[in-house]
Design a protein around this ligand. Sequence first.
Ligand code: FES
Ligand SMILES: [Fe+2]
Length: 436
Amino acid sequence: MATLQDNETLTRVSAGTPMGDLMRQYWIPAAKSSELTKDSDPVRLMLLGEKLVAFRDTNGKVGIMDHRCPHRCASLFFGRNEEGGIRCVYHGWKFDADGNCTDMANVPPHQDFKQKVHAKAYKTAERNGLVWVYMGDQANVPELPPFEANLLPESEVNIWFVMRECSYLQGLEGDMDTSHLGFLHYGLLKGTDFEQSAAQRYTASNKTPEYVTKTTDWGYMYAAVRGDGSDEVHMRVSQFLMPFWTMPPVNSITKNFIARAWVPMDDTHHMFVHIVQKDVDPLARKLLDGRSAGFKPGFDFKPNTTDWYGRFNLKQDMSNDFMIDREKQRTESFTGIDGITLQDFAVTESMGGIAPRELEHLAASDAAIAQTRRILINAANGFKEGKRHPSMDQAALVGKVRSGFFQAPKDGDWQKLYEEQLELAPFPTATQQAAE
Ligand code: FES
Ligand SMILES: [Fe+2]
């Protein structure tokens, strides 16, 4: 369980709250590059409880700013994306992507004070199909974090954004909770249903793994260790990276290029941002009958709307009980819900907008969740008192972190084994990173 106070600290993300202020110290993935085309319609974005408007100007630069016009607060969502900036339709004031007022159209030239007016614009960056925004101190903007999956060319990755109707923490905690795999996703499968080479057979055959854990500068890592009576164990290493990133072990560690952000839109909504190398090894989940256990590539989206919560909503959602099929639940699937990610979404959204954590009974299998919460709370409270968490040097850290599974000798030093595995697939070099 968590106390009411801890739950508040963890889940409130507006400016001025401890967690909201902490999260503003990190770059945030805000949109797909493809959502914003030159001089096209402004897009409403909700991030950390702030209503923002995003647009791409004539030169290709992305602007993300408070949606309220600095003149008299009409929404710039209704603005005209014109040559080199966005023009408010109320009295014609115009702003470039950096928030500078470039035209005060309703004021005679001698009364113009446009150099004194700035829209509240945030620094943006773009890399390999992803638009990033930095909402902290605009005079002190850190380097963009080199997540491995975002260093791969856009053509080699899938970038999915999915709107979620619950706090970011419920989504994130699902990835720090490896023991649910054997139930929620593989509850009716036995290890012997999988092909001999399918790594996921370990998860299905041993539903009570042992855990090894480590607090790191970037957050937290742990491995679920599953033996099968032989001299080897199956290790699944997961990563939590501050403040809202996870790397789940969906593939062998030498080819698991993945990063997932659970981006808080406000206290009770988040955007799931999933960056993953294409062609995740289907063999890992292959069943003897040829099917892939629960794997469903891609998502079925409703058409986007311009609402603050209108981007990337799924057809399967709480309004239709995630299209649960009770007959299938009785006979062939533990949940009756189609698709692993949708199964995750159904249970985490079923906890409510903010899960009532004071009602929980955490078990040994929840150690990673408890530790993740502790790290977040300590970092947020520490930052309030002026202490920087080591993960704020994100650019120096995240390019050397990976998750994934591998076979290891029983009783080996798991940290050493993990580091040996990293050597087998080198991280992108600094030169490749600089080439963005
Ligand atoms: S409110 Fe935007 S120009 Fe007046
Ligand atoms: Fe899951």
